[in-house]
Design a protein around this ligand. Structure first.
Ligand code: NAP
Length: 507
């Protein structure tokens, strides 16, 4: 999707889009001034033969303000521009229902003789209760295809829209909004003929960029048979699990996709998502902050180790929507530490008492380590220490204590708050520091430890190990770990804002 404000920018964005797709929506209304629109159409006309020859399809849109676009002109002016767009080689014209309903049959037929018509309905505020009514309006305009783009406030909304795609051939369904980032990708599985992705500027919340759509989510390969996996969290846009898990599916040539599901903190968010799991075709999902402990009460059954830990980071959806929980953070932390520290008999300090801290405490205690817990809520530290036969320790005592290893299991220092550290330099009295945070790879805590000559281990090691274990639970096959590692390393080298989805940064 190209939404530029000048002809030069539009031409540049079209060229960039062509590297990833042959179908481009050109938002003429974003060009603002009439002279930029005309210049862009002249540029397109000059390219007409070349585009036709290479199978490029341009969809021209000149949406009026009343329908959520930027075009300030009259309907007459809109129709004139769309006619010119068709003459310039645009094979499809997106015409909003508000304008289509004001055109005469003859005018619509004349426009339809020049290019195919995609009649569109937009609702930026909510998902219409009666989607059939919107569809009826669109079909009465007698275009070649219909599009419904509506705000999905919940997964239940998104599921309704996606299921609706199945009721109509030649339809495009676009769920909009922050929870809808995943649903935008899954629309293709639901039968939507297209998914929109901006090459540059986002034109609606929850949009996923074109390169992420193609490279991470392999959107062109998604069909009705694609198995769906994902990660639930709040926030979730920072997660690099999609890059890593999708690389695993690609390496094994599996028809599966892994998407980020923004699930708001609290039972309402979880209930909404879990209610839509079957309808969205989800076969399994990872669980991250803040749901690792809360998810337990919604499970039908749980692996005994996960139940003992009291935190679940992996869920398998079985027949009839039954949910089964596992914990792979346990394996992840052992894989990250066991080659570097002789765990049996060691003394390890864990910061935090949440999901990751619980998995770490159980893993280390089972391996024979003496576990110490320091958390901002002392009662939580004491409860976890009791559960693993360890001791709670107050922060004020840390300067005077020595540990074989210190493990950070809090999110302090995680992207985007990379300047924060859970401990000061003089509290780092140990041989090794392990930060479970993987983004950034070198957290402030690890940098401080390095400066003091302390060995450090990044959360990347744990992240790969726990992710590979999840992948194996879901697929029953051996995980292609080196492909998953490569994808993660590549993602970590990219600028921090290029994780593919913008959902929670905009909310
Ligand atoms: P969680 O269940 O929400 O627990 C977070 C813990 O950190 C809680 O004890 C919380 O205290 C504490 N905490 C939060 N903010 C704090 C602050 N500003 N100061 C002091 N303590 C604070 O989260 P989680 O799932 O355990 O995740 C914790 C971290 O581990 C995250 O950074 C996550 O990315 C990382 N992790 C990494 C991997 C990996 O594979 N590398 C796997 C799992 C987790 P309260 O209870 O008082 O809120």
């Amino acid at each position: 999707m190209v939404a530029a404000s000048t002809r030069t920018e539009a031409a540049r964005e079209v060229a960039a889009s062509l590297r990833a797709t042959r179908t481009i929506e050109l938002r003429l209304d974003w060009l603002g001034e009439r002279k930029e629109i005309r210049a862009t159409l002249r540029w397109l006309a000059a390219k007409k033969a070349a585009f036709r020859k290479s199978g490029v399809t341009i969809i021209a849109t000149c949406r009026r303000r009343k329908a959520g676009g930027k075009f300030a002109g009259t309907i007459r002016e809109q129709i004139a521009i769309l006619r010119e767009a068709a003459d310039a080689g645009c094979r499809w014209l997106d015409l909003e229902i508000e304008s289509a309903e004001r055109f005469s049959r003859a005018e619509l037929a004349a426009l339809g003789a020049k290019a195919r018509l995609l009649i569109s309905y937009h609702n930026f505020r909510k998902m219409p209760q009666r989607l059939e009514r919107a569809k009826g309006r669109l079909e009465r305009a007698r275009g070649d295809a219909i599009k419904i783009a509506a705000h999905a406030a919940t997964y239940s909304d998104a599921r309704r829209l996606l299921n609706f795609a199945r009721t109509s051939r030649r339809s495009v369904m676009v769920p909009m909004g922050n929870v809808a980032a995943a649903a935008r990708i899954l629309a293709l599985r639901g039968g939507s003929a297209a998914a929109y992705a901006p090459v540059n500027a986002a034109t609606a919340p929850g949009q996923i960029g074109l390169s992420a759509m193609k490279e991470i989510y392999r959107a062109g390969k998604i069909d009705r048979h694609t198995s769906v996996y994902g990660v639930i969290g709040d926030p979730v846009a920072h997660s690099l699990s999609p890059q890593m898990q999708n690389a695993g599916f690609a390496a094994r040539r599996m028809n599966a996709v892994y998407v980020p599901f923004l699930v708001r903190r609290g039972s309402r968010g979880l209930r909404d998502f879990l209610g839509a799991v079957e309808g969205l075709g989800v076969k399994g999902f990872s669980v991250t902050i803040p749901h690792k402990e809360a998810i337990l009460e919604y499970l039908d059954d749980c692996d005994p180790l996960a139940a003992e830990i009291g935190a679940v980071n992996t869920v398998v959806v079985r027949g009839g929507g039954k949910l089964y929980g596992y914990n792979t953070d346990y394996v992840g932390v052992l894989r990250a530490l066991e080659r570097r520290v002789q765990l049996a008999g060691s003394c390890v300090l864990i910061l935090g008492a949440g999901g990751a801290a619980r998995a770490t405490a159980f893993a280390l205690a089972h391996a024979g380590a003496n576990v110490r817990i320091c958390a901002r809520r002392p009662e939580r530290a004491r409860a976890l220490a009791r559960a693993v036969g360890g001791e709670a320790i107050e922060r004020s005592r840390l300067r005077a204590e020595y540990f074989d290893a210190i493990v950070n299991a809090t999110p302090v220092g995680m992207h985007p708050n990379t300047k924060a550290s859970p401990l000061e330099a003089n509290e780092l009295n140990c041989r090794l520091v392990f930060d479970s945070i993987y983004r950034p790879r070198r957290t402030k805590l690890l940098q401080t430890a390095e400066r003091r000559g302390i060995e450090t281990v990044s959360g990347v090691e744990m992240f790969i190990a726990q992710g590979a274990a999840q992948w194996e639970i879901w697929t029953g096959e051996r995980a292609p770990e080196s492909a998953m590692r490569q994808a993660l390393e590549k993602a970590l080298r990219r600028p921090e804002n290029d994780s593919g989805s913008e959902d929670d940064r905009r909310s």
